[in-house]
Design a protein around this ligand. Structure first.
Ligand code: FE2
Length: 183
């Protein structure tokens, strides 16, 4: 693996293996992911392609052989978004193209509480980790596709996690899988 993406993996993998706390891992990754998403010419065309029939495409870019971490590109169709969901592992999100809105939530006795939202522009990074910073929703409210690069602890495509009913806060089991890129 060479180029900007190879340098990114070579920079973050030792930190992921050295650090123990999720809060430390995500903060160590953020500057490397920011550097990656500000560069061009490393993300293959097939990993930047929206899937018209779906709200978003989720392509696996890299998974360590022991499944300690995985890197994914997400391509969001205009006006589409994710359900409210958690990850049950740490994650760092870097905005590559376009502007995405990230809403944050937390579980309360009465259901879900919306904590606020932020707009992510190219070069912006944010992170998630359980239990307190793990529930969010990503929306593309713009008229063009948007792309963000995500890195997670574990293999996020097979990670058991949850989607949440916005009205009741009820959690439903969820496994995301990956989309197969078309060359
Ligand atoms: Fe997420």
């Amino acid at each position: 693996m060479q180029g900007a993406f190879g340098i990114f993996i070579g920079s973050v993998e030792p930190e992921i293996r050295r650090l123990r706390e999720s809060s430390e891992i995500v903060r160590a990754i953020e500057p490397h992911l920011r550097r990656l998403v500000l560069q061009r010419d490393w993300l293959a065309e097939k990993h930047r392609r929206a899937i018209p029939a779906k709200a978003y495409a989720q392509y696996l870019l890299h998974r360590s052989s022991d499944h300690a971490f995985s890197v994914v590109s997400f391509v969001w169709n205009p006006g589409q978004g994710s359900p409210i969901h958690d990850h049950c592992t740490w994650g760092v999100i870097g905005q590559y193209e376009g502007v995405e809105e990230e809403g944050r939530f937390r579980q309360t006795d009465g259901g879900l509480e919306r904590l606020g939202e932020v707009l992510a522009r190219p070069g912006d990074v944010s992170h998630v980790y359980p239990p307190s910073r793990d529930i969010h929703q990503i929306l593309n409210r713009t008229p063009a596709p948007t792309i963000s690069i995500h890195i997670y602890g574990g293999d996020i495509g097979t990670q058991p996690r949850h989607v949440f009913d916005p009205a009741t806060g009820e959690a439903r089991p969820f496994v995301s899988g990956y989309d197969i890129p078309v060359d």
